[in-house]
Design a protein around this ligand. Sequence first.
Ligand code: NAD
Length: 263
Amino acid sequence: MKSIAGKVCVVTGSTSGIGLGIVRVLAEHGCALTINGFHDSKDVVDKTIQELKSIGAKDVIYSPADLSQESGVKELVDQTVAHFGRIDVLINNAGIQHVAPVAEFPVEKWNAILALNLSACFHGIRYVLPHMRQHQFGRIINIASAHGLVASTGKAAYVAAKHGVLGLTKVVGLETAKEPITCNAICPGWVKTPLVEKQIESRMEAEHISLEQATLELLGEKQPSHQFVTPEQIGSLCAFLISDAAEQMTGSSYSIDGGWVSQ
Ligand code: NAD
């Protein structure tokens, strides 16, 4: 995929999990990257930047912006444009989860999930579009979820936000359809990241079962392959959606879920 080398890509929430897998794949393709997210220490970020450069990234910068605030999203976009002069690709990946029945769902958790998982995508898109239009190229990829297509109990805020992300993706795909810009969503099933490890631990504690048993139950309930999707597999799908081959793919969502939503 020669067409993606050198593209300036902003990947939100890329200090961990799926986002980190995506930036590793994009680095291997020779992209220039803005990474973002929280971290335990500056050393970890410095090591990630070194690693990404060593595997092929053209250049890498880090933004510590808190994307649950509109001002944080603007800061991320402004920092990238100030450094690279343009933004070719925005991957809205940062996301959080909280599990509780709807009648007991803490209002502050609802607000936090909606702010990051949905509103940050809206703000990111509205801030990057003028830059993409100016440079006549753009790829927007929203990391939604199988929970953008179907629901599960206990996840009112997450499911509402991810369904919203798919609606937003369709609107942006239509509004940019005549331009050299696309907007798509990816709907992963279970991926073994800190976000899911917390859910496995809760299951272990609630049911007094082993880590292995809790993992098998989690996969067995939803994901027919009984295997986790890997962050790098999602990164490869992103690379394809950025490439020229995907020029006519827009306004759609693509499942990568071991068969989850076929049931
Ligand atoms: P993760 O917890 O491993 O990573 C989340 C990333 O977002 C981290 O880099 C974190 O620092 C960053 N982040 C959190 N709050 C932030 C904020 N306010 N501002 C900026 N960055 C912030 O989670 P993950 O599993 O890699 O999830 C990434 C995305 O994939 C999320 O949108 C999630 O909903 C989605 N997803 C995950 C799974 C899964 O099984 N893990 C499945 C489907 C979809």
